[in-house]
Design a protein around this ligand. Structure first.
Ligand SMILES: [Fe+2]
Length: 247
């Protein structure tokens, strides 16, 4: 069952006027640090999503090379696990299949909200999965190098990145969690990794946050901490923009 979002930030003050940039930025940083994500609502037409996000860091190209990507259903892709279709996705962190560091933050904002059911971006705090693991188990996830694949959807476009990384890593004192329900190759007998994926999915299903979009709404999250996914939808006009922000 989905929880209602508790990290919602309105861009408008009590009088319906846009918040001053400094105030908005301060509240945004605070919520992002505390909760791992922020859902910006009441976004005025004058709001520049790209300029706002540039304050957070450099944009990182996706596997297909775009910096500000479009997330829209592609024709003929509904039968595979792929971001550019209308199906549900399984919980993951972004960029587990990249060489090097995964993007630090992810941002999605809404151009055209879907009508009808579904299409929510769903999120869950990976710290709450790791809390079920002992110190020794976490060391195992840090000291074991796993193979990570990529989606059939990208493969159909001729992009098949794979990488080798541990599940847990540290970069300049900051922990990184990588998670993929489908594309972490769990070695035979690795009960810890198996349980991470299985429990992660159970907890995600029970306790995720579901972000339903209005036009211009934006959700930004810490991709080194949060898992994300998506509910299936029908409306082919759903259109989001997406940016990956480097460490
Ligand atoms: Fe994703």
């Amino acid at each position: 069952m989905a929880k209602s979002p508790d990290s919602v930030l309105s861009c408008l003050d009590m009088n319906g006027e846009p918040l001053a940039a400094g105030v908005l930025w301060y509240a945004f940083r605070q919520l992002l640090g505390n909760n791992g994500y922020v859902h910006l609502v009441g976004v005025p037409e004058s709001f520049d999503h790209v300029a706002f996000l540039k304050e957070l860091g450099e944009f990182q190209p996706t596997s297909t090379g775009t910096l500000v990507g479009d997330v829209k259903p592609e024709r003929g892709m509904d039968d595979v696990n792929h971001g550019q279709n209308r199906g549900a996705l399984t919980p993951h962190t972004e960029g587990y299949e990249f060489q090097g560091l995964p993007p630090r933050h992810l941002a999605l904002w809404c151009v055209t909200p879907p009508s009808g059911q579904g299409g929510e971006t769903t999120l869950f705090d990976g710290d709450r999965i790791l809390a079920e693991f002992t110190e020794d188990e976490r060391l195992h996830l840090r000291d074991t190098v796993y193979r990570w694949g990529s989606t059939e959807g990208l493969a159909r476009h001729g992009v098949t990145p794979t990488a080798e990384h541990p599940v847990l890593e540290e970069h300049k004192g900051e922990p990184i969690l990588r998670f993929s329900t489908n594309y972490l190759a769990v070695p035979e007998g690795d009960e810890t990794a198996r349980r991470l994926i299985d429990r992660g999915n159970v907890l995600f299903a029970e306790q995720h946050i579901a972000v339903r979009y209005q036009a211009r709404d934006m959700v930004v999250w810490d991709n080194w901490r949060m898992l994300h996914s998506r509910n299936a939808f029908e409306d082919p006009s759903r259109h989001l923009k997406r940016v990956l922000i480097a460490a």
